[in-house]
Design a protein around this ligand. Sequence first.
Ligand SMILES: Nc1ncnc2c1ncn2[C@@H]1O[C@H](COP(=O)(O)OP(=O)(O)OP(=O)(O)O)[C@@H](O)[C@H]1O
Length: 551
Amino acid sequence: MEKQPSVLTSLLLVKSRLFEVTLNRTLLTWKEVQLRTKKVSGNISSRLRFGVHSVPVSEIIAVRETEVDKGTKAEGKWQKMSHITTETNLCAFTVSYVEKTGQHRWRCSNMTFFCSDETICQQWVRKLKEQLSLLTYRPKHLLVYINPYGGKQQGKQIYEHKVAQLFTLASISTDVIVTEHANHARDHLKTQADLRKYDGIICVGGDGMFSEVVHGLIARTQSDSGVDLNDSQAKLAQCNLRIGIIPAGSTDCICYATVGVNDPVTSALHIIVGDTQPMDVCSVHHHKTFLKYSVSLLGYGFYGDVLTDSERNRWMGPARYDFSGFKTFLSHHYYEGTISFLPATNTLGSPRDSSRCRSGCYVCQHRVKDISPIKWGGGDVNENESEGEWKAIKGKFLAINAASMSCACPRSPKGLSPAAHLADGTTDIILVRKCSRLNFLRHLLRHTSKDDQFDLTFVEVYRVKKFKFTPKHCDSEFSDIRDVRENAFGQICRDHPSCDCTPVNSNWNCDGEILEHAAIEVGVHCQLIKLFARGIEENPPFEEDVSPSAV
Ligand SMILES: Nc1ncnc2c1ncn2[C@@H]1O[C@H](COP(=O)(O)OP(=O)(O)OP(=O)(O)O)[C@@H](O)[C@H]1O
C-alpha cells in the first residue's frame, strides 16, 4: 500500500513516555521512542522504537486542548533530551477515539499528548480538527425518539447516561422526543417532523420502535415524492436520512444483524463516525391495500402461531416466547396454501452459501440494480419476460418463512437463513412441509448447531425478489380470512370463533407484529433505507496492548 505523506509529525509526551506522533490523511499513529544513551563510535545517543498504536482518522471522535497539571511538568524523558526544553509552557491536547474491545463492542478512549510549547499544541488541535471537518458524512443534527417503555423500561436512562454525553463530545446537536404512546414516533415522522433540519433519526428502543421509525420515514418519503403506498407495483423512493438504533428493547435483532451486538455505546459510536449500512425493505400488500413493511422476518405457520399465542400471554414477560414456542410446537398445526415467487436469478449469492453477509459485503455491493417496477404474476405460475419465471408451490406447510436478513441473535446464533444478505434486494423463503414432530424438532434444533438446517427432505429454501401467498381457505378475494376455522368433520366454520374447531389459516408474523390477512403479496425494495452501522465486522481487530492509557 502506498505510504501516505505525513500532515504533521512531532515528538510528544504521554505521561512520562516519549512518542513520535504522526498524522497523515487517514491515520493518527504514535510510536514509543526510548532514549538509550550508549557510546557508538565514541559518542551520540540512539533512539529505539517500541510499541505502535494507530487510529484511523475516520474513527477519531473529537479533539480538544486540555488543562495541564503544572506539578507534573518537569517530569518525563524530555529532561534527558538536550534539544527539547522542559522550561517552556507545557501544553496538552486530548484525542477521543474508537477503541475496539472485542465481540464487536466499541468504547470511547482518550489519549492526552503533552507538547513542549503552545504553538505545537495548537497546531495539532487545528490540523486534527481540519481532518475531522473533511468527514462530511458525519451527522451534526439528529432527531431522537426515546421509547420509555421498551425492553426493561430503561430507554431514557440508557440515552441520558450512556449516549447523550458522547453526542455532546462529538459536537452533535439533538432534538429529543420521549414518546407518549405507541406510534407517536411514526406519526410525528409522517406528518410533523421538519426533516430538512436533520442528518439522521435515532430511535432508542427495540425492534418495534425501529419498525415505527422505518414506517414513518418511508411513508413521509413516499408522500413527499408522490408515491401511492397502496400501489404494490410502485417503485418506492429511497430514504436518504439514515436511521440509528440505540438498543433498549427485549430482542434487538436488527442491532445484532447490523452491528453484531446490542450495546448502546457501540451503536452511539457508529452513529458519531457516520457509518452507513443500506438495508432492503419488503413491502406487504393484501390485494390493493398496503399492510406493513418488513426488514427481518415474515413468518406464517409456526412463527405466526408463536407470536399470536405469546400476545395472549403478555403478562408472562419475555418467558411468554418460550412458553408459546413449546405450546405451538406441541400443537403441530400445518396449513395449506400456495406460495408463488419470482426467483432472484441475477444475484451473486445463494441461501446455501457458506459465506456470510459482513461489513463491506461483496454480494450486497454488486447486487443487480432493481430498476423495474414491481409486477405481479397473475395466477399460480406466470411468465414475465423482463423479470424471469414465477414458480408456484402448493402444499401443506408447518412453516413458511421469508428472511430478509440472517435473523441471527443470541437465541439463534446462525439465524433462520444464515447466508441471507442485508442489502442484495432479495429475501430467502424457507418452506417447512408437513412432517413428523420429531423431524420438525430436528429442523428447529439445527438453528443452534453446526448442521445445515436446510439439508432435510421436508425443507426447501429459495432466494426470491417477490412472492405471494394464497391460503387454501380463502374463497372470496377480498374477505378477511383470519377467522376461518375447520371443525372435527373437516367442514369450514366461520361463525364460531369460540368453538373448539382448529384454525385453517395461520397469521403472518411481520417483524414481531401480527398481520390482519393471510393472503399477501410481498416485494423486496433493494436498499430502500440506510442505517448508521457498517455491518458485522469479520474478526474485528483487537488492539495490541501498547496504548499508553494501559500503562
Ligand atoms: N410511549 C410509549 N408507550 C407505549 N408503547 C410505546 C411507546 N413508545 C413506543 N411504543 C411501542 O412499544 C412497542 C415495543 O417497543 P420496543 O420495540 O422499543 O421494545 P420491545 O418490544 O421490548 O423490544 P423488541 O421489539 O426488541 O422485542 C413498539 O411497537 C412501539 O410502537
